[in-house]
Write a protein that binds this ligand. Structure first.
Ligand SMILES: NC(=O)c1ccc[n+]([C@@H]2O[C@H](COP(=O)([O-])OP(=O)(O)OC[C@H]3O[C@@H](n4cnc5c(N)ncnc54)[C@H](O)[C@@H]3O)[C@@H](O)[C@H]2O)c1
Ligand SMILES: [Zn+2]
Length: 382
């Protein structure tokens, strides 16, 4: 990255990642200070379009004035809705408010919805964009690490049902993703760590060299600057490549679920509360997936599983079920949640297993009894 000076701030040349989906291809631009160019980018992509910003209260406090300033600077008209922060906004009542507000603001086909926030806002605004006026285009401006490396890319949008998370939604790709890495400076460190779990996932599932690099540069990635920007770009490139191969998750995209079968069960057992953030659950899930592959399936060296656990712990992430604050879920509860999440077919489960770091694969024939025995052993650990 070459550094150039724009105004008073140093802005590195942005990284560009293309998501190749034919007519629905789009760019992800990544770099420090990019939000200042949002208005100009939107004006260039969609001359004359109006915009409607969806954001949450926390993000609005930090960033809404900056976002509206850049739109004003490029003479892009804008309206906004600010919803409460947190998962509870991925609900029918809030979804309805967002849809009605978009209509009330007279956003028409050809205009744009702008999702300014973390994964909650991206999912909510993206889903609203997919249905209002039978489909509006939208731009993702992810403001959490999780959103920058994962949820803003790939077009999955959803709200939650009383039966479970993300059950009502659509595939709807954005037309642009603007990931300003400077926005992460105000993110609470716990949220940053949770996003880091999804970042390291790309190394664990398919890129040993990236994992090695993260292992050597962990502190720099957390400190920010060039290392963090680079890691975000590598992650986006990894996700973009998988999404381009398998947009609808009928094959390879399932690899992104590494650690998610165990993780979702733990997250659900904690009631999707602050006790365990998604990324934290996934960190435990990935450690368990490596251990299960090593000790129960004989697929992967135990030393590799140990290395994964050490790395996650060094990042400040939980790696054991016992790291969750009590009460811990029971074996029955976890097996029930795993069955709901993945549907056991004739005692067989689909799992993402590993042969080593960077070598994950989809296994459709995992014996549910083996999973039960493994979890029972893990729950008995002190
Ligand atoms: N669509 C997908 O492919 C996909 C993938 C992974 C996760 N998700 C979804 O993403 C959601 C989780 O996303 P998340 O972890 O970004 O959570 P989030 O959107 O709730 O953001 C976490 C917290 O950080 C605050 N925040 C956001 N940006 C900030 C900033 N720059 N400075 C200070 N505070 C900031 C938010 O207000 C919130 O309180 C879940 O609903 C999950 O289902 C979707
Ligand atoms: Zn995840």
């Amino acid at each position: 990255m070459t550094a150039t000076i724009r105004g008073a701030t140093m802005v590195a040349e942005p990284e560009l990642v293309q998501v190749g989906l034919g007519a629905r291809s789009y760019d992800i631009v990544i770099g420090r200070g990019l939000i200042g160019s949002l208005g100009a980018r939107i004006a260039a992509l969609r001359p004359g379009a109006k915009t409607f910003i969806v954001t949450d209260e926390n993000v609005a406090r930090h960033l809404l004035p900056t976002a509206t300033r850049t739109l004003d600077g490029a003479k892009v008209r804008h309206d906004a809705i600010v919803v409460p922060p947190g998962e509870s906004s991925k609900s029918f009542p809030v979804f309805e408010r967002v849809c009605e507000a978009i209509v009330a603001a007279r956003i028409e086909r050809g205009d744009l919805v702008v999702a300014l926030g973390g994964g909650v806002i991206g999912d909510l605004a993206g889903f609203a964009a997919s249905v209002v006026r039978r489909g509006l285009d939208y731009v993702q401006v992810p403001t959490t690490l999780l959103a920058q490396v994962d949820s803003s890319v790939g077009g999955k949008t959803a709200i939650d049902s009383s039966h479970g998370k993300n059950l009502i939604g659509a595939f709807h790709q954005p037309i642009l993703v603007v990931a300003d890495t400077a926005l992460l400076d105000t993110l609470p460190v716990r949220e940053f760590r949770a996003g880091y779990a999804e970042m390291v996932k790309y190394g664990l599932l398919g890129d040993l060299a990236f994992f090695d690099w993260l292992d050597a540069n962990l502190k720099d990635v957390f400190d920010g600057g060039v290392a963090r920007d680079r890691a975000i770009a590598v992650s986006c490139r990894a996700k973009a490549a998988i999404v381009a191969r398998d947009e609808r998750e009928t094959g390879d995209r399932q690899l992104l679920n590494l650690g998610h079968t165990f993780g979702h069960a733990l997250e659900a057992a904690c009631g999707y509360s602050d006790r365990l953030l998604h990324g934290e659950a996934i960190a435990i899930g990935m450690a368990l997936a490596f251990e299960f592959s090593a000790t129960r399936q004989g697929l992967c060296a135990k030393a590799e599983a140990g290395r994964v656990t050490r790395h996650l712990a060094a990042a400040g992430l939980p790696t054991r079920i016992q790291d969750i604050s009590p009460p811990l879920p029971s074996l029955e509860e976890l097996m029930e949640l795993i069955a709901q999440d993945k549907k056991i077919k004739r005692g067989r489960l689909t799992f993402i297993l590993v042969r080593g770091i960077g070598d994950a694969f989809i296994e459709t024939g995992v014996d549910a009894g083996e999973v039960r025995a493994f979890l029972s052993e893990k729950l008995a650990e002190r």
